[in-house]
Each structure stands twice: as structure tokens, then as C-alpha cells.
Design a protein around this ligand. Structure first.
Ligand SMILES: *Cc1c(COP(=O)(O)O)cnc(C)c1O
Length: 393
């Protein structure tokens, strides 16, 4: 469909491929392979296959292609490749571009596994990585060199919610000819304008808001057709990180409701953050949608909203944070985000446990910090639950 239509409309219809039965809801092609009419036909297909000609589900599948086309349309990207998880997307995007001797500049505040890929894996293959404070444009400028191949960051960092200025960092990167790879999970495809802001490659964990109901793992890499088909696809299809057709079908249906869900979650996140701001038991309420957040103006410029995740710093460290978590009756203790259920995480002892104390200190991952992914419950019920649990501290 034409991109003159609103994203909500495109999220319902774009990418649809109907079989000979004319089904309304997208079909689940749960097949790894495809039958050829003849040996010559198979030979031809392997030589060159069109957009609706499939060979093997690791290379592509009609249900997966529907998901890829629909998310590419929503993001305003030329093309997309769906992956088995968000980490398959992050590692595939980086590894397909980089080779020994290349230089990468990355923001320091990252999801634990992203940090592991950059710090432990890429360096093992001779890639040099420089980490900077993502909010400090002078630090980016000083670190990006003529031989820098990739600049990588989470546009809103997990779990500290630092916002990185996509437009400004992209300008600095492009000046030196580096590609900008953005992990855009916290912005969600609903609030993202990353391509018009200068990002070259955008990565999502579809496990989060795209599924949105905590069922399956998935990821997606978006970019130019040249990049997706020329650089990424050969890497992904030969190393095996493709999305399963079943998961793609769940994600496709997720895209239909994503805008409604994410808007409702962001509105509730703002209500909850506003209600808890200044609470006597909290040292900090971190939410980019709050006027008091140091990067509020940037967050609004970049995403229009503060997103669906807030961070609470409970006074009294780990013991107090655990008391708060254990006293909740609606919010659940887990580690996903973007789910219909409100999920609370204690990063210092779970997702970011691996980090040395000194690094946690630099990143602001304190012992009292609790990450809160706001779900689809009534905001008033959540505020009552959090307030009562804080009484227990
Ligand atoms: C969850 C997450 C990932 C990894 O996604 P998976 O689907 O769990 O592999 C990567 N980046 C960020 C910012 C995330 O929140």
C-alpha cells in the first residue's frame, strides 16, 4: 500500500499475501520447504528467486515475508529481515558489516547481551570497540575516526533510559563515513522516526512491543534494500538466525494491535511516573516523558512520547528494592518488557548482574533501581499497587 496511509492502516494491511483460498487473516505457512515443478524449475529458483519464490525457511517463507514487508512499511525502511530473536538481529547486523581491523564506537549504556556482543565477541575477531557516554556529543565526536565502520547505540538505553540523539550522532558518524546501527527497542516502531533522523540500520527485539504479549522470541533488522539483501541476508541465511514462520505469524498479528497497545502503555507510564515523582521512599523516578528528565526535550523531539518503560530508584538499596518487588500484587517480577502485563526487573541482580560494580556505578545501575515496563492494566490500579508496595519498604 501507499505510504500516504497512516501507520495504523498500514499495520493492518501491508505485506499481506493471500493464498488461493482468499483467507482474511494472514495464513501461517508452517513449512520449511517448497516443491518445484521440475528439476529445471529448482535449478532456476536457486539461480535467482523473485520476492514470492521461496527455497527454504532459513532463507525466507511467505509468512515471514509478510511480517518483513509490514514492519518495513511501518518503519519507512526499504526492506527488512526477520530474525530468531532480538540478539540474532543485533549480532547479525553488526557481524555482517564488520571484519577484523574495523573500528566501532558504541554507547556504554546497553542491554547486557548487546554489551557482551560488542565487548566479548566482536573483539575476539579483531574488531576494536570504543565505548562512550551516549548523551555526550563531544565524546562521540572525539571517538569516531576515519576508520570507524559502525556507530552503535540504543536510542533509549536499557535500563537507565538515557536518550541518545539519533540525528546529531548520525551527522557525526556520516561525516566520517560510518554506518549508524540503532537498537530502537525502547522507542518502539510506533514512536520511531529513526530513518528520517539519519539511522542507516535499525534493529528491534520483536519479543518486546511487537509481540507485546510475551509469547515468542523474534527480532528484525531494517535498512536499505542493498544492505538487507546484499549484506545482511547472506550472513543470516547461512548462519541460521532466521525467524520461524510460527513466530512471524504471531508477530504479524502483534503488529495489527501494536499502535493501540503502545500508545496506551505510554499514556499509563506517564500517569504512573507523574504519580510517583517525589514519593518519599524513592530517590529517583526516571522517565523521559517527565518534564524533569534531563533529556525530556530530546525524547519528545525524537519520539513524541516518553515510551513505555520507567525506572524507580528505591531508597535503601537492594533490600528496599526487593521488599518493594515482593509486596506487589499486580506487577510481576520478570525480565521481559513491552508486554501487556506490567513487569518489574531488578537489573543489578538480574539482567546486568554480570557487570563489575564500577561499571554499574558509571551507568547509574544502583542497587535500588527497578525497571518497570508498564503494561495494559488500568493506570490507577498500578499506581495503587506501587504505592501500597512502597509502604511495605
Ligand atoms: C530485549 C532486548 C534485546 C534482545 O532481544 P531478545 O529478543 O531477547 O533477543 C536487545 N536490545 C534491547 C534494547 C532489548 O531490550
Amino acid at each position: 500500500m501507499t505510504d500516504k496511509l497512516h501507520a495504523r492502516t498500514r499495520a493492518i494491511h501491508d505485506g499481506t499475501r493471500r493464498s488461493q483460498y482468499g483467507e482474511v487473516s494472514e495464513a501461517l505457512f508452517l513449512t520449511q520447504g517448497f516443491v518445484y515443478d521440475s528439476a529445471e524449475h529448482a535449478e532456476q529458483r536457486f539461480l535467482k528467486s523473485g520476492p514470492d519464490e521461496f527455497i527454504y525457511a532459513r532463507y525466507g517463507n511467505p509468512t515471514v515475508a509478510m511480517f518483513e514487508d509490514r514492519i518495513a512499511s511501518l518503519e519507512g525502511a526499504e526492506d527488512a529481515f526477520a530474525t530468531a530473536s532480538g540478539m540474532a538481529a543485533v549480532s547479525g547486523a553488526l557481524t555482517s558489516i564488520l571484519r577484523a581491523g574495523d573500528h566501532v564506537v558504541s554507547a556504554r549504556a546497553l542491554f547486557g547481551s548487546c554489551l557482551y556482543v560488542l565487548e566479548e565477541i566482536l573483539t575476539r575477531y579483531g574488531v576494536e570497540v570504543t565505548f562512550v557516554d551516549g548523551a555526550d556529543l563531544d565524546a562521540w565526536d572525539a571517538a569516531i575516526r576515519p576508520d570507524t565502520k559502525v556507530v552503535f547505540f540504543e536510542s533509549v538505553a536499557n535500563p537507565t533510559l538515557d536518550v541518545v540523539d539519533i540525528e546529531a550522532v548520525s551527522k557525526l558518524a556520516h561525516k566520517q563515513g560510518a554506518l549508524v546501527v540503532v537498537d530502537n527497542v525502547f522507542a518502539t516502531p510506533v514512536f520511531s522516526k529513526a530513518i528520517s533522523q539519519g539511522a542507516d540500520v535499525i534493529v528491534y527485539s520483536a519479543t518486546k512491543h511487537i509481540d507485546g504479549q510475551g509469547r515468542v522470541l523474534g527480532g528484525v533488522v531494517l535498512g536499505t534494500r542493498d544492505f538487507i539483501r546484499g549484506t545482511l541476508e547472506p550472513y543470516m541465511k547461512h548462519t541460521g538466525g532466521s525467524m520461524s514462520p510460527f513466530n512471524a505469524w504471531v508477530m504479524l498479528k502483534g503488529l495489527e494491535t501494536m499502535s493501540l497497545r503502545v500508545h496506551a502503555q505510554a499514556a499509563a507510564a506517564l500517569e504512573v511516573a507523574s504519580a510517583l515523582e517525589g514519593h518519599a521512599k524513592l530517590a529517583r523516578v526516571v522517565y523521559p516523558g517527565l518534564k524533569g528528565h534531563a533529556q525530556h526535550a530530546l525524547a519528545i523531539k525524537q519520539m513524541e512520547q516518553g515510551g513505555t518503560v520507567i525506572a524507580l530508584d528505591v531508597k535503601g538499596g537492594k533490600e528496599a528494592a526487593f521488599k518493594f518487588l515482593n509486596a506487589l500484587t499486580i506487577g510481576v517480577i520478570s525480565n521481559n518488557l513491552g508486554d501487556a502485563k506490567t513487569i518489574l526487573t531488578h537489573p543489578a541482580t538480574t539482567t546486568h548482574q554480570r557487570l563489575p560494580q564500577e561499571q554499574k556505578d558509571t551507568l547509574g545501575i544502583t542497587d535500588g533501581l527497578v525497571r518497570v515496563s508498564i503494561g495494559l492494566e488500568h493506570a490507577g490500579d498500578l499506581i495503587a499497587d506501587f504505592t501500597a508496595a512502597l509502604e511495605a519498604v
